[in-house]
Design a protein around this ligand. Structure first.
Ligand code: 8DG
Length: 153
């Protein structure tokens, strides 16, 4: 059985995660299911490069490879194909995206993720997201403590 290598992005804006609904298709088990944007890696590409290309093609979104952090490496067998999917967390600076391929896109808080009808391979990722402090995956800020009052000299 063929194995597809897929790179997918968990896009994060503030405390929300982008969830994308697939279009209808031949098989019921992949039609209208939720997934993270991304797609198949081509031979010779790195996973990150593949994801950068897919995000640009699918939603005109430019993501810096240095800001992608591997979150989960999944293997799953569907009835007629297998997938190896690497899921990367990618912070984004705006909620305005132009998805060209999905039926719907939604920004969802992590505690609400399991209300959606996900692709089967995504369930372990959803479970891990629910118990993970996402801040640890976002780029570190300068470390300057915001809100600190200035003491008199
Ligand atoms: N992008 C993405 N694909 C996923 C996720 N979960 C999951 O099982 N998949 C599966 C669905 C697809 O069979 C495959 C990704 O391939 P793809 O997006 O390039 O392919 P596709 O079937 O949508 O369409 P096509 O490009 O072959 O026309 O991985 C996910 O979270 N994101």
């Amino acid at each position: 059985m063929e194995t597809l290598n897929v790179a997918a992005a968990i896009l994060i804006y503030e405390n929300k995660i982008l969830c994308a609904q697939r279009a209808g298709g031949k098989q019921e088990y992949i039609s209208y299911k939720y997934e993270f944007p991304g797609g198949k890696a081509e031979t010779g590409e790195t996973w990150e490069k593949a994801l950068q290309r897919e995000l640009m093609e699918e939603m005109e979104l430019a993501v810096d490879i240095g800001h992608m952090k591997l979150f989960y490496d999944a293997k799953h067998e569907y009835p007629d194909f297998k997938v190896r999917i690497r899921f990367f967390i990618c912070p984004v600076e705006s909620k305005q995206l132009h998805s060209k391929e999905h039926t719907a896109i939604r920004w969802v808080e992590k505690q609400e993720l399991d209300k959606l009808d996900w692709m089967e391979a995504n369930w372990p990722v959803i479970e891990k997201l629910k118990r993970t402090e996402l801040k640890a995956y976002l780029p570190q800020d300068s470390g300057y403590p915001a809100g600190q009052r200035i003491d008199k000299a």
